[in-house]
Design a protein around this ligand. Sequence first.
Ligand code: DSN
Length: 430
Amino acid sequence: MTPPAAHKTPAHQHPALAAADPELAALVGVEERLQADTLRLIPSENYVSSAVLEASGTVLQNKYSEGYPGRRYYEGQQNIDQVERLAVARAKALFGTDHANVQPYSGSPANLAVYLAFAEPGDTVMGMALPMGGHLTHGWGVSATGKWFRGVQYAVRQDTGLVDFDAVRELALKERPKLIFCGGTALPRTIDFAAFAEIARESGAVLVADIAHIAGLIAGGAHPSPVPHADVISTTTHKTLRGPRGAMLLAREEHAKAIDKAVFPGLQGGPHNQTTAAIAVALHEAAQPSFRDYAHAVVANAQALADALLARGFDLVSGGTDNHLVLMDLTPKDVPGKVAAKALDRAGIVVNYNTVPYDARKPFDPSGVRIGTPSLTSRGLGTEHMATVADWIDRGVRAAGSGDEDALQKIRGEVAELMAAFPAPGLPRA
Ligand code: DSN
């Protein structure tokens, strides 16, 4: 497994920042240390390459560029147009789509642009319920998408943790939504885009595949692509795709104009050109053969980790994983997800507490913990390390239950020792 090339400059990498604003520079330094020393298991996070980091911090950020290449509202875009065209061309080539818009600021604005393109306020939209693994912007009540639109939500089956397509079809045919979202934030299994497309066709809906979590797996051939099936594809660029914090909308040619108009001028102002550049770099990296290795290694690590957790008596939603993500239901361990997550954080293992399907507890104090392997795979950990990771989680959860702080500190030391052998870009060495 090849991690992204480690940053050449050791220790003090921000001399200008340190001179101008030591207080802020110190905070950045602490974050660098934290990211270096801990085992980061949040499945939506990653480590970008040095090239992506550098592109994100360029003078491209000084430019205003409202509009699109060749059609801007500001002069001086000769060069910026080339940057955006490069990013668009690379996105289209990598995912095999007719059209790409690389301007959305992040995943939520990208999804909101889809609403603006295809629906009117008050229209019915359909997505997976948030506590089942969906996303806020798929019509969940507390989000603008659930307040301004009428969200109807589908679930996973309680016995299998898998989507029940008969129930999805029944709901779609009854509600006739304008949009159907598939994808989400806590889905450990392969998304059957073809099955969703058939239901969208039957019910007259636009199918939106939100691939934010799995875009890198799709690019690397480790998850099937939604391209032949979905009308629109929405993705962030910073999760498994390992780019800067940003987003893209991919679509068939017939939807290109509607998407572009919705992003600008419908929703946003000037694109963040430094992010566009970094997206271009990440897309170039994701087109390399080594990225295919990375994507498959992410899945192999997640499956090895799931197996090791099952062997230690953990209850995993859907019984395991097909992708980068594992959702643990800690109910049988008698430790609430939040208590476990906070204890693991003290042990140097960064996770997030999460609802599990049909959770008896509240969203702010749920039963689950969500983990994933994109970051540890970027640092070069392989399947041979997953038993150790599972062991730390097991010991950490037990220590959370018994309030054993010494045990957590002992794990923290072991984690830091292993991670020191696996450097990542931009991070200080031990
Ligand atoms: N960023 C998403 C995630 O952590 O899955 C939530 O919006």
